[in-house]
Design a protein around this ligand. Structure first.
Ligand SMILES: *Cc1c(COP(=O)(O)O)cnc(C)c1O
Length: 355
């Protein structure tokens, strides 16, 4: 650490992304990325014209992309904020609305980035324990004055709260901010976005990294009240006015407009996931039925950690968490049908060797 690094960041805790080793070719199913390509319309949009356009700055207001996202949800662009991935959108929320000592809460088992933010911004955070069955106790979040950050569905458990329960949290106190991270909402869940019409303290965050197959493009967005979106834009213009590249703006706009391709991809992921979950259940594994692009299960006859290592040796990357409550589980992103067949065959071989 250099002489110049600020003391207040000494307790910061960096987020550890799913590994991306380059030593060999892997089937990479450890970061909930997509094995499907983006819409062909995206490639058209990110064309030579866009490359030529790089000699100028991108639109700092990202109007085209915000309008397209707004239109897809029935909102004006003044209720849409876009950022360099949902992670940056959450980062701008922190910058605009949270200061050291402010009280926030989130579950003990959830997307690790929330704790990273809380530590970096020196928030007073509480992590409410998930229940035995891995669901959240909604009363924890209703009966607190803390601002709330929830991934719905949650990651890595894949479980979600119904919108009616989220509404109870939001409605409890209009002066408390509720941030709902809907990274996986498109895989068969009801979205909280319509609640934004009714409540001014709700921020719904989504991403193009999962259901739009574009994690490398870095596009995330928030839908919220005009006031909140306006504040986030104000902060953006003090930090990085041109946060979205012209390529991301063009590609993202094309992707959100291609609803047909989007529905086709989501349906395919759901179908492959259900088949894969059925197979795992058939092996006697305990499978949490998710509504996401990943599966979460407890293997039988071998520890989750060992299974993860064995799969890695065979060129398959999956995610295992050391935390006590989920250490017996493995999270595997749903890839193509062929990838999942290879994974399943390897799982069967590894289990057979353990007998
Ligand atoms: C994947 C994921 C994100 C990251 O989204 P980006 O747009 O790639 O930054 C955010 N929240 C959750 C819960 C995720 O699983």
């Amino acid at each position: 650490m250099s002489y110049f690094f600020l003391d207040e960041y000494k307790n910061m805790e960096a987020y550890v992304p799913g590994e991306q080793p380059k030593d060999r070719q892997y089937i990479k199913l450890n970061a909930n990325e997509s094995s499907l390509p983006p819409s062909p319309k995206v490639m058209e949009a990110m064309s030579i014209a866009q490359i030529n356009g790089m000699s100028h700055y991108s639109d700092p207001h990202c109007t085209e992309l915000r309008k397209a996202i707004g239109a897809a949800f029935g909102f004006g662009y003044d209720q849409v904020f876009v950022g360099n991935g949902a992670d940056e959108v959450l980062g701008f929320c922190m910058l605009a609305f949270f200061k050291p000592g402010m009280k926030v809460c989130f579950p003990d088992i959830t997307y690790d980035f929330y704790r990273t933010y809380a530590k970096t911004y020196r928030l007073d955070y509480e992590q409410f324990p998930i229940k035995e069955d891995m669901t959240l106790d909604v009363e924890d979040y209703i009966n607190t004055d803390r601002d709330v950050i929830l991934a719905n569905p949650n990651n890595p458990t894949g479980l979600s709260l119904p919108v009616s329960e989220i509404e109870r949290i939001v409605a409890k106190n209009p002066h408390r901010m509720v941030i709902i991270d809907e990274a996986y909402v498109d895989y068969g869940n009801e979205s909280c976005v319509p609640l934004v019409q009714k409540y001014d303290n709700l921020v719904v965050v989504q991403t193009f990294s999962k259901s739009r197959n574009m994690p490398g493009a870095r596009i995330g967005f928030a839908i919220s009240s005009k006031g909140i979106i306006d504040d986030m834009n104000k902060i953006k213009f003090t930090f990085n006015p041109f946060n979205m590249s012209s390529l991301a703006i063009a590609g993202g706009t094309a992707a959100i407009k291609d609803q047909e391709y989007f529905h086709k991809c989501v349906a395919e992921v759901i179908r492959i996931r259900e088949e894969f979950e059925d197979e795992l259940t058939g092996l006697g594994f305990e499978v949490i039925r998710t509504t996401t692009n990943f599966t979460f299960f407890k293997p039988k006859g071998i520890s989750a950690k060992k299974m993860t290592e064995e799969l890695r040796d065979r060129g398959i990357l999956v995610r295992h968490y050391d935390e006590e409550k989920v250490k017996d589980y493995i999270r595997i992103t749903i890839g193509t049908k062929m990838e999942m067949e290879i994974v399943l065959n390897n799982i069967k071989e590894i289990t057979a060797e353990c007998k």
